[in-house]
Design a protein around this ligand. Structure first.
Ligand SMILES: Cc1cc2nc3c(=O)[nH]c(=O)nc-3n(C[C@H](O)[C@H](O)[C@H](O)COP(=O)(O)O)c2cc1C
Length: 221
C-alpha cells in the first residue's frame, strides 16, 4: 500500500471486533510516527495507549462521572463549539448523515444521546489512546498533534487496523489521568479508539463526503 492509497482508504470506524492488536504493531506504529514534523522540532505530542483491563476500568470510571450528571470539562475547548456558517452546516450534515445511517430520526433525542455515549465506550474498540500536549502551549502547536495523529492513523491503515479519532475523549480528563500515563503538565486534546473493524457493523456504513478541490484550494500562477 502506498501513501495515496492509505489516505484514500482511511475513514473513521466506529464498530470494532474484540480482538486486540498485537502490542508489537502498536509500538511499531508509534515508533515510526514520532518521525512526524513539528514546529521548531518541539515534538509536543504524547500518546498514552490504554488496553486490556485498564481500558475496561477506564470506561467504567468515565461512565461513573457521566451517570453522576457531571458535565464535560475538557481542558482545551471542544472543536465542535463556536462553529458558524458553512462549518456549522458541515457539522450538521456530518451528524445527520451519521444518524440517517443508524436509522435515527432528527427529533429522536434519546437515540442521538445513546449514540453519543458510544464515544466513551470507545465504540467497543479494544484499545484507546489519548493525545496530549503541554497545557501552556499555544493552540498553534495543536497542528503538530494533528500531524502526528494522522501519521499514526495512516500507519495503522497500512497494517489493517482501523481508528476513530475522538475529540469527545478530552471531555472527562479526570479518570483518564488516573488510569492512563499522561505527563503531569499535559492536557488531553483528543483520543483515538482503535482495533480491527467489524466490517458488517451498520455504524461503519456511514461515509463522509468532501468538498470539491476548487473549494479547498486555489492555484495562482
Ligand atoms: C480531531 C477529530 C475529532 C473527532 N472527534 C470525533 C468524536 O468525538 N466522535 C466521533 O464519533 N468522531 C469524531 N471524529 C471523526 C470525524 O467525524 C470524521 O473524521 C469526519 O466525519 C470525516 O469522516 P472520515 O474520517 O470517515 O473521513 C473526529 C475527527 C477528528 C479529526
Amino acid at each position: 500500500m502506498n501513501v495515496s492509497q492509505a489516505v484514500l482508504k482511511r475513514r473513521t470506524i466506529r464498530g470494532f471486533k474484540a480482538d486486540p492488536v498485537p502490542n508489537d504493531t502498536i509500538v511499531e506504529v508509534i515508533d515510526i510516527a514520532r518521525h512526524a514534523p513539528s514546529n521548531s522540532n518541539t515534538q509536543p505530542w504524547h500518546i498514552a495507549v490504554v488496553s486490556g483491563a485498564p481500558r475496561d476500568k477506564l470506561e467504567k470510571a468515565i461512565f461513573k462521572e457521566i451517570n453522576s450528571g457531571k458535565k464535560p470539562y475538557p481542558t482545551f475547548p471542544s472543536g465542535g463549539v463556536g462553529l458558524t456558517g458553512v462549518y456549522k452546516q458541515r457539522q450538521y450534515d456530518c451528524a445527520f448523515s451519521y444518524y440517517a445511517t443508524m436509522g435515527i430520526a432528527r427529533e429522536d433525542v434519546p437515540a442521538r444521546q445513546a449514540l453519543l455515549l458510544k464515544n466513551w465506550e470507545f465504540f467497543g474498540a479494544p484499545h484507546v489512546a489519548f493525545l496530549s500536549m503541554p497545557e501552556t502551549m499555544h493552540r498553534a502547536n495543536a497542528i503538530d498533534i494533528g500531524i502526528f495523529l494522522q501519521t499514526v492513523m495512516l500507519l495503522f491503515v497500512e497494517r489493517g487496523v482501523s481508528c476513530c479519532p475522538q475529540g469527545a475523549l478530552g471531555s472527562y480528563p479526570g479518570p483518564v489521568r488516573e488510569i492512563a500515563d499522561i505527563p503531569r503538565d499535559n492536557a488531553i486534546l483528543c483520543g483515538l479508539s482503535f482495533g480491527y473493524a467489524q466490517e458488517d457493523a451498520l455504524i461503519n456504513e456511514v461515509k463522509m463526503q468532501r468538498e470539491p478541490l476548487d473549494v479547498v484550494a486555489s492555484f495562482t500562477t
